[in-house]
Write a protein that binds this ligand. Sequence first.
Ligand SMILES: Cc1ncc(COP(=O)(O)O)c(C=O)c1O
Length: 394
Amino acid sequence: MSQDRWIEIPDDIVRILKLWRPTPLRRAFNLEKELRTPARIYYKDESGNGPGSHKPNTAIAQAYFNKKEGVKRLSTETGAGQWGSALSFACKLLGLKCTVYMVRCSYEQKPFRKSLMHLWGAEVFPSPTNRTKAGRLILKKMPHTPGSLGMAISEAVEDAVTHEDTKYSLGSVLNHVMLHQTVIGLEVKEQLKLIDEKPDIMIGCVGGGSNFAGFTFPFMRDKIEGQDVRFIAVEPAACPTLTKGPYRYDFGDTAQMTPLLKMYTLGHNFVPEGIHAGGLRYHGMAPLVSMLFNEKLIEARAYHQTGVFKAAVLFAGTEGILPAPETAHAIKAVVDEALRCKKENKEKCIVFNFSGHGNFDLAAYDAYIGCKLKDYEYPEKAIKIAIKSLPRVD
Ligand SMILES: Cc1ncc(COP(=O)(O)O)c(C=O)c1O
C-alpha cells in the first residue's frame, strides 16, 4: 500500500524481468491489409516469456517479496493455467514451493499447462478438491461442477491460512497486481513516443482486470488531463461482469474468505459456463478497473466465443501468432473498431494488449474449426438471483 506516484522496482526483480522485457510493440500490417482499414493497428506482445503471458510481471514480484519475508510456499488458483504456470516459474527461480488449485474444466481442457507447472516444480490439483474444507463443501453440493476461479481462490486461501509457512498469491484483481502490470503500459508509452504515435483507442481483455489495467493505466492520466483516447475492456458474453453486473461490495471467492471488494460482480456463487477463455471466467473485477468504469473513463463490451475465435483465426492467419482465447476477445474488438474506421474513413491509431499466446489452446481451436463451440448468454434472471446473494453493506 502506498500513496507515492512512483514505486522503484528492486534491482533483483529488474534482472529477472530483463529475461524477456522490454517486450516488442508490433504493427499488425498484414491484418490492416486484410481488413482494408485506414486504421493503424499495434499490439504489445506479452507472449514471449516462458509461461507465455503477462502474468510473470506480477508473479516475479510476489515471489520475490514473499521470499524476502521468509515464506517457504505459495498457494494460488489458476483459471486458464497461465497464472499457475507463471507463479510456478517465479517460485522455481526464487526457490519457493508452489501449490496450484486449477479450475477443473481448464485442468481437463489444457493438460499441457499442468505439465508446464509440474516441470517448474509445482503441485497442481483440479479444483474443487477434497483437500480443503471449502472444496469438500462445494463438492457435496455440486459433485459435477466444472469449477470456477471463485472456488479455486477459496481453496488456495484456506491452504495458506492453515499452514504457517505458506502465503496466498493472487494473479489479478488486487491493487498491487495492477501496479506490477503497469510495466506494460509504461513501455508502450516509450515505444509509441519513439515512432511519434499517440493512441486513439486502447483495447484489452478483462478477466480480473490486470493486463487491461497494466496496459492502460499509464495513459489514464493523459485522458483525465483531456487527451482524446478511448479505453475498451472486453469480456465474454458468458461472464459479463462489467456489462451486466451491479457495482457492489462482494467477496472475491465462493467460500467468502476474502475481504469485501467494491466491484462489478455477478455474485460470488456464480459458476460460468466452461468457455475456453478460462482466464476470463471470474465473477468480479478489479476494484480499480471497476471504479474507472463507473466513472465512465473506460468502456466495456462483451462478445460470444465463436465470434472471438473467428477473429483469432484471422489474426493467426495474417500475423502468424496464435492468440490465447482470452487475448482473442481483445482482437475481436480491434477488428470491429478497425472496420468502423474503414466505414467512416478515419485513420485512427488502435493499440491492443496481446496478453498471451494460445499454443496450449489447440484443443479449443480444433473445437472451433470442427464447429463444436457453443455460445452462452448469461441470463438476466440469473443475475437477479446472484444479486440476492451479495452481502449487505451499510
Ligand atoms: C492470456 C490471458 N489474458 C488475459 C487473462 C485475464 O486476466 P487479467 O484480466 O487479470 O489480465 C488471462 C488470465 O488467466 C490470461 O491467461
